[in-house]
Design a protein around this ligand. Structure first.
Ligand code: MCF
Ligand code: FE
Length: 407
């Protein structure tokens, strides 16, 4: 048993309660929250961690990364989604070859150091399987499926199954195999159906990229725009594989995360409020386009939001605090302290619910994923969320499932 003493405990519960000068007793699970002296009486042999000048909070969840692209610095073109996509298609293989284990390991360490315990990794090639499975972080490991060639459906699905089965070999409570259907412009409906049937059959989480650019929206809605001209260089008279709503209909009954949704205002009403959530990546959206998520619409539709860095393929940093700060700058029409609380809840409580994990809140019975941050001298605890996001770069300590994470 461990007891950790803190100046502030940001519980990340639905009410966003902040406790002052309290302690948490935990092993793999949070057993009790209360006054230090009372907890010591209950657990006299507990190891004590004295952070009585510091802040503790539920560790973050970064639900969307692409570690295999971690070697990118400036190989990819930014400014427009299609420009980026063309560059990714040219450099996808070489970037992933360069992302050696050491590079991915370093990327994971940087994510952990920024207070993240749980990572949703989109695995395009399966080169990241072992490194993620052996990492200290908890992984939801989304094996990616994509391909539009109707002559290669079976071959493509077989290759996906080989990667998926390889990930199953490592399955544990800290390595959760899952599925990523890449996007409606890149994944044949037959593949989507097969993958989502597998998800239903085996109760797997699913992630997808959805309406990230105006090009994608125009293409799916009317088969027009620059996507069409680009695809015409590969196939004569290309037509979209689905409309946006047809694509969404495939996800009924499946717990799924829809990443980006920058152009999805007209389709949010078709999301399942209980099973579907929106993942937003503010930096990635800025680098690949000129529009941000319509956060007002997400709130109006009562949809669950989570926040992710995306990969270094479309970000300059995997530090989660950098992403949180970008989120604050991006949605500047919201009052600052409201948005900071909103961001912390989205990155803990709501993300855990989206991934169906019993964590993301500091309360008894939850898995003990706890981040410790340097204290701040705020005069009013209503300023704490903002202060934490503004002034933090790294954790002082991180516990994942009760174990201290050594970097
Ligand atoms: O999220 C960003 C932007 N949107 C789509 N895909 C990716 C992102 N970062 C990396 N990707 C990968 C994706 O997983 O790029 C490839 C896929 O393997 C693009 S499709 C050839
Ligand atoms: Fe992505």
């Amino acid at each position: 048993m461990k007891i950790i003493k803190a100046k502030y405990i940001i519980t990340c519960n639905d009410e966003f309660d902040i406790l002052q000068n309290m302690s948490i007793a935990f092993d793999e699970i949070i057993r009790s929250i209360g006054k230090f002296d009372e907890l010591v009486l209950m657990y006299p042999d507990a190891e004590i961690f004295d952070f009585s000048n510091d802040i503790i909070a539920a560790a973050f969840i970064n639900p969307h990364t692409h570690l295999e692209f971690s070697s990118n610095v400036s190989s990819l073109d930014y400014g427009d989604f299609l420009l980026w996509l063309k560059s990714v298609i040219s450099f996808r293989d070489s970037l992933s070859d360069e992302a050696k284990n050491l590079v991915m390991k370093e990327a994971i360490t940087n994510i952990l150091k920024s207070g993240v315990s749980t990572i949703g990794e989109i695995s395009s090639f399966g080169k990241d399987t072992e490194i993620c499975a052996n990492s200290k972080a908890r992984f939801v490991f989304f094996n990616e499926i994509l391909g539009t060639n109707d002559k290669a459906i079976d071959e493509c699905f077989d290759k996906f199954m080989t990667r998926f089965n390889a990930s199953l070999e490592y399955k544990s409570d800290k390595f959760i195999p899952a599925i990523s259907v890449h996007s409606p412009y890149s994944t044949h409906p037959e593949l989507t159906k097969k993958a989502l049937n597998l998800a239903r059959e085996k109760d797997l989480l699913v992630s997808t990229h959805f309406l990230e650019s105006e090009h994608e929206k125009m293409w799916l809605e009317s088969g027009s725009g620059e996507f069409k001209s680009w695809l015409s260089s590969f196939t004569p008279n290309p037509t979209p594989l689905y409309s946006p709503s047809e694509f969404l209909a495939n996800f009924s009954g499946v717990r799924a995360l829809f990443t980006h949704c920058v152009w999805s205002d007209d389709y949010l009403e078709f999301f399942d409020k209980n099973l579907h959530s929106v993942t937003t990546c503010a930096v990635s959206n800025r680098l690949l386009g000129q529009r941000r998520l319509n956060l007002n619409k997400i709130i109006e539709q009562n949809l669950s939001l989570n926040i992710a860095t995306d990969g270094l393929s479309s970000n300059i940093s995997l530090n989660f605090f950098d992403e949180l700060r970008a989120f604050l700058w991006t949605h500047c029409e919201f009052e600052l302290n409201f948005l900071a609380k909103f961001a912390l809840l989205a990155s803990t409580n709501w993300a855990a619910r989206a991934l169906n994990l019993n964590l993301g809140i500091l309360s008894s019975g939850r898995i003990a994923d706890i981040a410790v941050y340097k204290g701040l001298d705020v005069r009013d605890s209503a300023q704490l969320a903002t202060g934490l996001i503004l002034h933090t770069k790294e954790v002082k300590k991180l516990f994942i499932k009760g174990d201290e994470c050594k970097f």
